[in-house]
Design a protein around this ligand. Structure first.
Ligand code: UD1
Ligand code: CA
Length: 456
């Protein structure tokens, strides 16, 4: 067990945003939430975020994902960690320091670094990576025997030190007591006048304590996000990770570069995801489904063997063997049963559709409970809103709704009722009756003069 301290007080000026940087999202999840989750997955006991810029917004969005401490003024990374002093004091042996803007760090790497730290009997272990272009990062200065001596910031580095390709990821494992000791000795004697966390390594070494470096093989994991270009780069990597994970679990993804799947989506084996699909957090899809090109699913729960073609489903459930689309729009709070057809240009809202009902085309159903095996003709509309209030209607099992019917809610259509095409239904229909609610057709003979006047 270890305590994780996540530095997230910075402003993120280069994002050019009203929103604090760590709340920007990668694959649907705030940057710092990725880091919090990786910490927890790696076995962190306590996780504490150091917040400052727009602290209340950050706290509000993260809720109880972690503990918070406030760094009112940003006086450097060392100063940020000092704010978590209370947590360091009560830490169970080790403290891991991470950055809130490096979402690609994995639980496996954090775990491996903690193991490395323990096995080597280190008091501080810095996580490093070797980069072809180290510009901007602190450099790892090693002695001839390879042991770590210190970290120098770009701004404080000599020309020779600037040639070093091994960089500080900004992530560390510390022995808790040693960290507290070293923080007590920090001074802001550097180019930026800040308390550098990096200086703790030298301080510990001078006190005769062993320090070391754990080199992260995949340098992508240390990518920090400072602007929207880097946000996209990180998201591209994260998207690939997520998609490959689904593919390894038995999901076919066609043209995966075009498919955007957020964190926290479940997909069953043998389901096929077609190009240009968006699956947002909270969506769960069963086995052997097809999610057709261009579909957008947000908090949708889809059971097995469902076909969805170029459709939008929000916050709704679709049971097995059902077909949706093309171009259907299922709005929040719908429950669609088994073996249902929701065809082209059908919109559903806040409605339940029971098993084997067919709504093949051009229909709006809002605030309505529909029974089993109902057949909707083309162009049915539930008239659920009178400009002030919304009303609910019910349609019984096996009802047959003729084309171009208006159902003026609230209205109840009985089981097995028939509605003639073109009817505007304003009164309840008893079971097993035929309802016709339209003017009778009249064919009139007209004079030649009348026809001529029309055809001129
Ligand atoms: C830091 C490291 C550098 C390393 C780099 C990796 C120091 C002195 N330097 O530099 O060696 O290569 O990270 O990305 O530590 N923060 C606070 N409060 C502060 C200052 C910073 O919470 O007072 C947070 C920032 O929000 C950010 C993180 O700490 O999440 C890193 O701070 P930043 O200013 O970006 O440090 P760098 O200059 O990049
Ligand atoms: Ca940085």
């Amino acid at each position: 067990m270890f305590t994780s301290i996540i530095l997230a007080a910075g402003m993120g000026t280069r994002m050019k945003s009203e929103k604090p940087k760590v709340l920007h999202r990668v694959c649907g999840k705030p940057l710092c939430a990725w880091v919090i989750d990786a910490s927890k997955k790696a076995g962190a006991g306590e996780v504490v975020s150091v917040i400052g810029h727009k602290a209340e917004l950050v706290r509000g969005e993260l809720g109880n994902a972690c503990e918070f401490v406030l760094q009112a003024e940003q006086k450097g990374t060392g100063h940020a960690v000092m704010q978590a002093g209370e947590y360091i004091k009560r830490a169970d042996g080790y403290v891991v320091v991470l950055n809130g803007d490096t979402p690609l760090i994995t639980a496996e790497t954090i775990k491996a670094a903690v193991e490395y730290h323990k096995e080597n009997g280190n008091f501080a272990t810095v996580l490093t990576a070797v980069l072809p272009d180290a510009a901007g990062y602190g450099r790892i200065v090693r002695a001839n025997d390879g042991s770590v001596l210190k970290i120098v910031e770009q701004k404080d580095a000599s020309e020779e030190e600037k040639l070093i390709k091994e960089v500080n990821s900004g992530m560390y494992v510390f022995d808790a007591e040693s960290l507290a000791y070293a923080l007590g000795k920090l001074t802001p004697n550097n180019a930026q006048g800040e308390y550098y966390l990096t200086d703790t390594l030298e301080i510990l070494l001078a006190a005769g304590k062993k320090i070391g470096a754990y080199i992260i093989a995949d340098s992508d994991e240390i990518r920090g996000i400072n602007d929207r270009v880097q946000l996209n780069e990180a998201e591209t990597i994260m998207r690939r990770r997520i998609n490959e994970n689904h593919m390894r679990n038995g999901v076919t993804i066609r043209i995966p570069e075009s498919v955007y799947i957020e964190d926290g989506v479940e997909i069953g084996a043998d389901t096929e995801i077609c190009p240009n699909v968006t699956l947002k957090s909270g969506t769960r899809i069963g086995r052997n489904c097809t999610i057709g090109t261009g579909s957008v699913l947000d908090k949708a729960v889809i059971h097995d063997n469902v076909d969805i073609l170029s459709s939008v489903i929000l916050d709704s459930e679709v049971d097995s063997e059902t077909h949706v689309g093309p171009f259907a729009y299922i709005r929040p709070n719908c429950r669609v049963g088994k073996d249902v057809k929701v065809g082209d240009f059908v919109e559903l809202k806040n409605s339940t559709i029971d098993d084997s009902t067919k709504i093949s085309h051009l229909t709006y159903i809002g605030d309505t409970d529909v029974g089993k095996s109902v057949n909707f003709g083309c162009g049915t509309v539930t008239v659920n809103y009178d400009g002030k209030k919304k009303y609910r209607s019910t349609i019984g099992d096996h009802a047959f709704i003729g084309c171009n019917t208006n159902l003026v809610s609230p209205v109840n259509v009985g089981e097995g009722a028939y509605i003639a095409a073109g009817s505007t239904i304003t009164d309840d229909i008893p079971a097993d009756t035929l309802s016709i609610a339209r003017a009778r057709q009249v064919n009139k003979h007209v004079s030649d003069e009348w026809l001529e006047s029309k055809r001129k």
